[in-house]
Design a protein around this ligand. Structure first.
Ligand code: PXL
Length: 274
C-alpha cells in the first residue's frame, strides 16, 4: 500500500484549539519524533475543559464515516493512541476502530483520560467513566494518572499512595487485560513520579524533580512520547525516563515564563531536541 511506507500512529483524541492538550500536543510531538500522526477527533473544543468556559462540539456522529474512509484507503498504523472521549457512544466506536486496525504487529496505547486530582473532567459522566473499562483489554500499554487508576479499579482516591497500594492498583488493572501500565504524574514532595508496571517484573519508579505544580496536558505530552518511542523500538522504562526528562525541562521553562496553569506546558521551546 503506497500510504503505508512511513511509520504512523492513529491518535483518537479531541482537538482543543487552546490550552495545549490532546491532538494539539500529539501532532507536533509525534511528528518531531519522525512518525506521521493521523488524528481522529472525538470532539472539537475552543479550549480544554480546565477553563471556566469553553465551546465543545461532540464529533460522535461523524466518526464512523471518517473511519470508513480510512478503511477504504487501506491504511495501517504502527500504533494507535486513544485519549479524551466525547460521549459514551464513542466507546463502541473506538472498540470497532481497534477491532479493525489493531493487529499483532502494532501497539495500542490507551490513555484512559477521565479526570485529575480525584475529580472527573467537566464533560465526563459517571457512565462514560464506567464504560472506559471496556477499552482496557485492548491496551498493550495503559497510561492512567492516579485519579484514572482509582476510577478503573473502583478505589477511593487519595493524592498519595504507597508503592504497595500502587502495585495493587496495577495488578487489578492488569487482571482487566492490559500487560504494561504506567501510572503517570504522581506528585510526591518535590518530585514527579511514574510507577511502571510490566507483567512479570518488579514495578519501577521513574522520578524527576518537579518545578511548580503540574499543568494541563502534561499527560498528553507523556502518552505521545511513550507511543512514538514504542514505535521507534524504545523499551518502556527508557521511554518513561525520556518523557520525564522532557517534561521536567519544559515545566521549568513554563514556570520561568510564568504561564497560567491552564495554558499547558511550553513544549515548543524544546520540540526540536526531543
Ligand atoms: O489533558 C487531558 C484533557 C484532554 N482533553 C480535554 C481536556 C483535558 C483536561 O482537562 O479538557 C478537552
Amino acid at each position: 500500500m503506497p500510504h503505508n511506507k512511513q511509520k504512523k500512529i492513529a491518535v483518537i483524541n479531541d482537538l482543543s484549539g487552546f490550552g495545549r492538550c490532546s491532538i494539539s500536543v500529539a501532532l507536533p510531538i509525534i511528528s518531531a519524533m519522525k512518525i506521521q500522526c493521523c488524528p481522529l477527533p472525538t470532539a472539537i473544543l475552543s479550549n480544554h475543559t480546565g477553563f471556566d468556559s469553553f465551546y465543545c462540539k461532540d464529533f460522535t456522529e461523524y466518526m464512523d464515516l471518517y473511519i470508513k474512509e480510512w478503511v477504504n484507503m487501506g491504511l495501517s498504523f504502527n500504533a494507535i493512541l486513544t485519549g479524551f472521549l466525547g460521549s459514551v457512544d464513542q466507546i463502541s466506536i473506538v472498540k470497532n476502530f481497534l477491532n479493525i486496525f489493531k493487529n499483532k504487529n502494532n501497539f495500542t496505547i490507551i490513555d484512559p483520560v477521565m479526570g485529575d486530582y480525584g475529580k472527573l473532567y467537566q464533560t465526563y459522566s459517571v457512565e462514560l467513566a464506567n464504560k472506559m473499562k471496556d477499552l482496557v483489554p485492548y491496551a498493550d500499554i495503559l497510561t492512567p494518572n492516579l485519579t484514572e487508576a482509582c476510577i478503573l479499579t473502583k478505589t477511593d482516591y487519595k493524592p498519595y499512595m504507597s508503592e504497595k497500594e500502587l502495585a495493587h492498583l496495577c495488578e487489578e488493572m492488569s487482571k482487566m487485560g492490559c500487560r504494561k501500565i504506567v501510572i503517570s504524574g504522581l506528585e510526591k514532595d518535590d518530585n514527579l513520579e511514574n510507577f511502571v508496571y510490566e507483567d512479570g517484573y518488579n514495578p519501577k519508579i521513574v522520578k524527576v524533580h518537579k518545578v511548580g505544580i503540574c499543568r494541563s496536558g502534561t499527560g498528553d505530552v507523556f502518552s505521545s512520547i511513550i507511543a512514538a518511542d514504542t514505535v521507534n523500538g524504545v523499551d518502556l522504562l527508557s521511554s518513561v525516563a525520556h518523557a520525564c526528562e522532557f517534561i521536567e525541562k519544559t515545566l521549568k521553562k513554563t514556570v520561568e515564563l510564568d504561564l497560567p496553569i491552564t495554558d499547558g506546558i511550553c513544549f515548543e521551546e524544546f520540540l526540536t531536541d526531543i
